[in-house]
Design a protein around this ligand. Structure first.
Ligand code: GRG
Length: 298
């Protein structure tokens, strides 16, 4: 079997298994309030690349973690991500009608339901992290819960989103754009890797390297996202292409040009791989995911 086929098999196996994990952890649609529960399942299930959970699984493998523990943190980051997409698509933010190839949550249901889907997913995440054993060390488990809270809140993803909304029509500097994306997109990607690793045994020095890897690959993810937003079509992306340019948002492409953005993604990718140089084969999946993030077409 080629290395590529082996990696694709790893992705497919985890994606299929993880869908069942999500199905089991989400509230059942026949339990009251049925419409809200149905909408939560609509927002989370049957869609998306599951990049953040895959990063958690890869980091968990590196740290020799019990996959049942990684399942919970992977579900947590994916539910935070799904909630952020539901809210981001609402008329008060990006106002979009298509997500993951389906009508957005507020279009399929209604705005109030979409708002409550995000609220409820976020609350469910912290319920799950509190009620499942993630580490033998209770203090470490508390640190993990705090890590995801910080990554999701005003000093992480939500803060990045606030800066993004404020940046429409403005000329940002490259460091300002980077600051925004390190928070909006990068914080959750970084947290996914650290949480997966925390489920196993990992030294402070190794965690530091993984954190740097997460920061670089999170930024690379966003640069590639900006390139795809310009180059790919709506059908391939499963979301409306070209929105950022239409909305007058500063992006890596608007600031560096397509080739400049591609070069930047390559540089970030190389630097990210360099941070894993001290690891052996146990970091193979993280390296492969770094390649996947750079080479993805959607
Ligand atoms: C509303 C608090 C709040 C935050 C929103 C994630 C986000 C912050 C907004 C989404 C807008 C956007 C297009 C961001 C760019 C990068 C990104 C997160 C793309 C979507 O993630 P993928 O490609 O999506 O992993 P799938 O559908 O594959 O899970």
């Amino acid at each position: 079997m080629t290395a590529r086929a082996d990696f694709q098999g790893w992705i497919a196996a985890h994606q299929a298994r993880f869908e069942d994990v999500l199905r089991a952890l989400l509230p059942r649609a026949d339990v009251a309030p049925q419409r809200l529960h149905e909408a939560m399942r609509y927002a989370v299930l049957d869609g998306g690349k599951r990049v953040r959970p895959l990063l958690a699984f890869a980091a968990g493998e590196l740290a020799g973690a019990d996959v049942r523990r990684v399942n919970v943190v992977a579900a947590a980051v994916e539910m935070i991500h799904a909630y952020s997409l539901v809210h981001d698509d609402m008329p008060c933010m990006d106002d979009d009608v298509l997500r993951r190839g389906k009508p957005t949550c507020h279009v399929q249901y209604d705005e109030a339901t979409a708002l409550l889907v995000g609220d409820s997913l976020q609350a469910l995440v912290f319920q799950l992290l509190a009620e499942h054993r993630l580490s033998d060390d209770a203090a470490r488990q508390l640190d993990m819960i705090k890590l995801l809270a910080v990554a999701s809140g005003s000093r992480g993803m939500a803060g990045g989103q606030a800066i993004d909304l404020d940046s429409v029509g403005k000329a940002l500097t490259l460091p300002e754009l980077e600051f925004m994306h390190i928070h909006k997109t990068g914080a959750l990607i970084r947290a996914s890797i650290l949480l997966g690793a925390h489920c196993g045994e990992i030294s402070a020095v190794q965690l530091e390297k993984l954190d740097r890897f997460g920061k670089l690959i999170g930024l690379a993810f966003q640069v590639v996202d900006d390139v795809l937003d310009c180059e790919a079509d709506t059908a391939t992306l499963g979301k409306t292409a070209g929105k950022d340019a239409d909305n007058g948002k500063p992006t890596y492409v608007s600031m560096l040009g397509i080739q400049g953005a591609r070069d930047m993604a390559q540089r970030l990718h190389r630097d990210a791989l360099d941070t894993l140089a001290g690891f052996g084969d146990e970091a193979r999946r993280l390296r492969e995911l770094a390649d996947f993030i750079i080479l993805r077409k959607f």
